[in-house]
Write a protein of this length. Structure first.
Length: 510
């Protein structure tokens, strides 16, 4: 049972342990410069980012809902907490991350992960493309020297050459052999070339020292008061939201690549637990990392073992191998991340431009731009979902129709087609000729659905208009959920709901 829960061994298919271990080793080396960079972006020490990468990766690899997905310190979280780190210091960051983790765990327990099903595909396209641009643009800083000036002359050509060789190896090696992950071969090859020829180039150690011990347990040194809660709560809400959005979208992307299905709610709980422990063990928190996850998946990893190996090896590097890892050429890691960006970008989105509705193209481009230039992933997804929802409402508002006929008794029948909701009530009201209709009118909803309280109010208004001119109107074939809405509405509008054997459900004005 324990083995099945932790899924270190996939019981449904054979696990390639060599691939899992080598993929994890590759990811561990790729995690180091990013964790350091994100910590510096947030105004924190490099070890704060590295400890977060270890704790997030280790916990989510064991407890998460998507085997093979990698979590760690991320740029999205760094951007959110940077202002708080500057104004209140690192202790408030730890408290913020713990509270964010609690919120994420609650979201998973309440099964809110299924809300990701509401994210339209154009939003996912835009999100992925925006992340690819962010990953690529972040690598351009590696082409600058310590003063922030662009590399020139021999330094530029040497660095660029090493980057291109890395990219060629990653692109070309899988065409001949997949025995060892191409990313790992590329990193080791460039490392060997630089050491053998004594090439003077930028290394991981030039960014910051990664030497440290085991993450120390530490209760945040903040006042346990309501004032502290007021300070950290807004940041915690944003961190929790951004973390869940990025993690669950990454989960969906890995699902599509592997043609399997992860468990969003379980992942949300795991992300929460990981952030709680990260805050208590001196980490800056984080979430799923699409770049490292794609490195892992593209290297052939499919089980939890790769993520565990990556996080454990990261800790080993911090505690025992810092001096060696600090000599790793940044050119190799830069080439690796550029290839990740190229692989992440949804090039198929260009082929769909002439085939997708203009509204979907607009949403995709907008989400891409917001993600790429504002680096606000939560805002990008939220804006995309809202616009997609409004477009959907607008399109459905135009679909409501009414077929009219007069029966043998002289009563007029309106047969309604399409959903009646807040967006379609104006079109719905225009269908009726109240003054010229006969004394008895039937409005048939057999092919329609009354969706919300705006629709109920529309029914109230139309029956009121007929009543004012002394005519009787019957609403028939309303759905059961509509009956519930009507029952709730009886207290605020003058209607009477009753059963009728001929029309199933009839609503008259009192």
């Amino acid at each position: 049972m324990i083995k099945k829960y932790f899924n270190l061994f996939d019981l449904s298919q054979k696990v390639d342990y060599k691939n899992e271990i080598l993929s994890g080793l590759t990811v561990a080396m790729a995690l180091i410069p990013e964790a350091v960079a994100f910590a510096l972006i947030a105004g924190l020490s490099p070890l704060t980012g590295l400890y977060a990468a270890f704790m997030m990766g280790f916990v989510t690899s064991i407890l998460g809902g998507r085997p093979g997905m990698i979590s760690g310190a991320t740029g999205a979280i760094a951007v959110v907490i940077a202002a708080l780190a500057y104004s209140h210091g690192v202790e408030y960051i730890f408290a913020t991350v713990i509270l964010a983790g609690i919120l994420q765990a609650i979201a998973g327990i309440l099964r809110l992960g299924k809300l990701m099903r509401l994210v339209p595909h154009p939003v996912i396209f835009g999100f992925v493309n925006g992340l690819a641009i962010i990953i690529f643009m972040s690598q351009l800083d590696q082409f600058k020297d310590d003063t922030g000036a662009w590399l020139t002359g021999e330094s530029l050509y040497m660095f660029l050459g090493l980057v291109l060789v890395t990219m060629v190896i990653i692109w070309g090696l899988p065409k001949f052999s997949k025995a060892i992950p191409a990313s790992l071969v590329a990193i080791l090859t460039i490392f060997g070339v630089v050491v053998f020829f004594g090439i003077d180039t930028k290394t991981v150690g030039d960014m910051a020292s990664i030497s440290g011990g085991f993450p120390p347990f530490h209760i945040p040194a903040v006042p346990f008061t309501f004032e502290t809660l007021k300070i950290i709560a807004p940041y915690s809400l944003i961190v929790a939201g951004v973390g869940l959005i990025e993690s669950l979208l990454t989960l969906n992307i890995i699902d599509e690549i592997t043609e399997t299905r992860g468990r969003g709610n379980k992942e949300a709980v795991a992300q929460g637990i990981a952030n709680i422990l990260s805050g208590f063990f001196s980490g800056m928190g984080g979430c799923a990392m699409i770049g490292q996850s794609l490195i892992n998946i593209s290297s052939g990893a499919r089980a939890r073992l790769s993520g565990i190996v990556a996080s454990v090896m990261l800790l080993v590097f911090i505690m025992f191998g810092a001096s060696l890892i600090e000599q790793m050429p940044m050119a190799a890691l830069t080439g690796l991340m550029i290839m990740v960006a190229i692989g992440t970008f949804e090039w198929a989105s260009f082929r769909t431009i002439n085939r997708m509705p203009n509204s979907d193209i607009f949403v995709m481009v907008l989400v891409t731009l917001v993600t790429a230039f504002l680096h606000n992933l939560a805002l990008a997804v939220l804006v995309g979902v809202i616009i997609a929802a409004l477009v959907f409402a607008w399109d459905n508002a135009k679909r409501i129709r009414a077929r009219k006929r007069i029966d043998e008794d002289g009563a007029k029948h309106y047969e309604i087609y399409g959903p009646l909701f807040f967006g379609s009530i104006a079109v719905f009201n225009d269908k009726f000729d109240v003054l010229n209709d006969p004394d008895v009118v039937y409005i048939n909803f057999k092919e329609s659905r009354v969706v919300d309280m705006s629709a109920i109010e529309a029914l109230n208004k139309i029956t009121e208009r007929y009543q004012k001119v002394g005519k009787t109107v019957h609403l028939s074939y309303l759905s059961k959920d509509c009956k519930i809405l009507l029952d709730n509405a009886e207290a605020i509008i003058d209607i009477n709901v009753m059963e009728d054997p001929k029309y199933k459900l009839v609503v008259n004005r009192i």
